[in-house]
Ligand binder design. Structure first.
Ligand SMILES: [Zn+2]
Length: 236
């Protein structure tokens, strides 16, 4: 289902071509690949490579004012251009992608999807719902992964899911060569961005408060043990 929905999404939206030499599109792919490599190493070390079976990573930048990014199961990633003025640098983008990919890996979207299936579709089995109520199923799926404000109200991930995505996401970004300490500055920028009259889409699914920043600070010594600065890194 993720693979179909991803294709459909990319067709319906304006993808910034990676072959056009667009620096931001290249950055999205570079960060995505480095984090995917780190995750492959981490899962292999933990004896969990089977969890990554069926993952076919894809990374796309979509031209949209929406402040958002997400990862569907199977490693299908989208970053919206509207997020980039807040990430401001490659390291912060790595922090976001580490977080989003962890939601997919930890199957948080699946948990949300089954809750929503019960509420909205009376708990019908997924295959039955897809066959009989394709539009409703699609909207439940998109909501479960925090995709698009056009499909209805996005529900926040639980606090437990958010902390897990922060903790593991920091490790993955650090292993990929990105300084996890940037996460504090990034989430503070994100918090200030919510001061206006429009809350960034990403904050409706990933709520931010002071507890979150404090939690990130608590996680930092752990994350730094995974940090491998890239000495050969090309200039950004
Ligand atoms: Zn989240």
């Amino acid at each position: 289902m993720a693979s179909d929905q991803y294709k459909q999404f990319l067709t319906a939206n304006k993808v910034v071509s990676q072959s056009s030499g667009n620096k931001d599109a290249e950055m999205v792919r570079r960060v995505g690949q480095r984090i995917a490599n780190a995750i492959t190493i981490y899962y292999t070390q933990q004896g969990l490579s089977a969890e990554l079976e069926g993952y076919k990573w894809e990374y796309n930048l979509v031209d949209s004012k929406e402040v958002n990014a997400w990862c569907m199961p199977g490693g299908k990633i989208v970053v919206y251009t509207g997020l980039l003025p807040i990430t401001q640098n490659e390291t912060a983008l790595a922090i976001v992608l580490g977080h989003e990919i962890t939601h997919a890996l930890a199957k948080h979207g699946n948990e949300r999807m089954s809750q929503a299936m019960v509420q909205q579709l009376g708990g019908a089995a997924l295959s039955v719902a897809v066959a009989n109520q394709p539009a409703e199923t699609q909207s439940v799926f998109m909501n479960a992964y925090g995709i698009g404000s056009n499909v209805g109200a996005l529900l926040p991930f639980s606090r437990k899911q958010e902390y897990e995505a922060d903790r593991l996401g920091l490790r993955f970004a650090a292993m990929a060569g990105y300084d996890p300490r940037e996460s504090i500055a990034f989430w503070q920028r994100m918090k200030s961005a919510s001061g206006g009259n429009k809350t960034p889409e990403i904050l409706s699914t990933h709520p931010i408060d002071d507890n979150r920043i404090a939690k990130l600070q608590e996680e930092m010594p752990d994350a730094l043990t995974y940090y491998k600065p890239q000495t050969m890194q090309k200039s950004q």
